[in-house]
Design a protein around this ligand. Structure first.
Ligand SMILES: [Zn+2]
Length: 130
């Protein structure tokens, strides 16, 4: 299981699903946050806790950050899908043990114009830590 927390430790997430890659996105929000997302559905192998503030991007997405230290910990879709599930992306940059995901490949989502998944380019998480 992967565990993440903001810098002050107030906001936490757990991710207990197989994780084969994380996603970088170049949309106007993700570019600024520098987030590396791992996806799933809230309550299905993913838990979150702690006091957050949210930045709403339009009507669709809440970016949730620690009200104390400001770290962007996860995003959630405002609405559930037709199976009653709420999509979530946890920001793996909050991971407590970076070595656990350092060798995972980066998926590149072109979230600015085309909304396409781009081919992998051999970069891994450890290539983007710094
Ligand atoms: Zn915090």
């Amino acid at each position: 299981m992967l565990e993440g927390a903001c810098h002050c430790g107030s906001v936490k997430w757990t991710y207990d699903l197989p994780l084969e890659s994380v996603t970088a996105c170049n949309c106007t929000v993700c570019r600024r946050y520098g987030a590396l997302w791992a996806y799933g559905y809230l309550g299905e192998g993913i838990t979150v806790s702690g006091e957050i503030n949210s930045y709403s991007r339009g009507r669709a997405i809440d970016f949730n950050f620690c009200s104390g230290c400001g770290c962007v910990c996860y995003y959630t879709l405002k609405t559930k899908d037709d199976q009653g599930r709420r999509k979530i992306g946890v920001n793996t940059r909050m991971i407590s043990d970076p070595d656990k995901i350092a060798s995972l490949p980066i998926d590149h989502f072109e979230g600015l114009d085309s909304f396409e998944d781009l081919p992998r380019d051999h970069r891994t998480v450890k290539d983007l830590w710094f």
